[in-house]
Design a protein around this ligand. Sequence first.
Ligand code: ADP
Ligand code: MG
Length: 353
Amino acid sequence: MPVFSFLNFFEAMIQFKNISKHFELKGQTVTALDQINLDIPDGCIFGLIGYSGAGKSTLIRLINLLERPSEGQIIINDKDFTALNSSELRQERTNIGMIFQHFNLLQTKTVAQNIEMPLKLLGVSKAERQKRLDELLEFIDLKHKKDAYPDELSGGQKQRVGIARALANHPKILLCDEATSALDPQTTKSVLALLKKINQEQGITIVMVTHEMDVIESVCDFVAVMEQGKVIEHGSTLEIFSKPQQNTTKNFIQTVLQQQLPVNILNNLENKNHNSIYCLKFLGSSAQETVVQSVIKQFDISLNILFANMTEINGAVIGQMFVQLLGDATLIQQSVAFLEQNGVEVTQPGVQP
Ligand SMILES: Nc1ncnc2c1ncn2[C@@H]1O[C@H](COP(=O)(O)OP(=O)(O)O)[C@@H](O)[C@H]1O
Ligand SMILES: [Mg+2]
């Protein structure tokens, strides 16, 4: 059972209430966000996924009011951010850190100066800044680069500096807009691990915008799928991965967990009858092999495993097996019923073109 299974059990840290955002562009109105209602629980890592132009960046920028909504309210920790005056807002913003795809570091400042910048702006004393800087450099493992300039750093190192700068003032919320999209897969992994550590050790709520499902899969407790300014589906990552409802969600999941049978596998079969193909989905840590073996033993049918894959989300396993069932139609029906009784979800998958 994942820790964050039911949204309602947790206090919402960030609430979007009837949020819409329109932009005027060359005399035309662009609706970037359309009536969004969404709660982000305290202490979780929350992913916002969608194709380019879906409205993800606009939504995340509303959290610290870098962008103001055209309609609706942003409630953070029970406080209506949309009703704050500018000095109250300045104060509240110090609780929110943000990191970006292209890091946004000041090129003419050193690593140390970049990290210290927000504290300097807040008027923190030199001695305190020094102390916090040392902690942060230690935390991001970049002590040896403290006097280097951004140009002298790798992408991963730049993002670590971005993270340290965002954490300088001990924020309660960290916003990440495509923070790993400019990084190679290995570096992405290490940055995601650092973000997970920040969430777990410091209890910071992290909101993460991405267009990559493997980012969601590896670190997010919850996910909301966006399309054309709307949230089309949301829930715990495990729920969304195990029972995606919308086509866009299915397409995203397809990138990490094959939902359809690859066509060349079908082409190589002796019996190409598409109706004989089933997808068996196993949730949690259910003993797949045992169930499949029992079917073969109990029913006089032939079961060929064509393709199998599995993924792990927050410690729970989702496994899929594409099989071909051949034999007497009634026995096949009975086998399917047996599998379902044993907790296996059985569907007839499409074929990937
Ligand atoms: N400042 C702006 N002016 C006009 N249109 C904008 C502005 N910012 C975003 N948009 C439009 O709003 C929509 C959502 O954009 P965005 O939030 O950047 O999407 P995403 O981050 O999901 O790619 C797009 O159609 C985009 O062109
Ligand atoms: Mg964006």
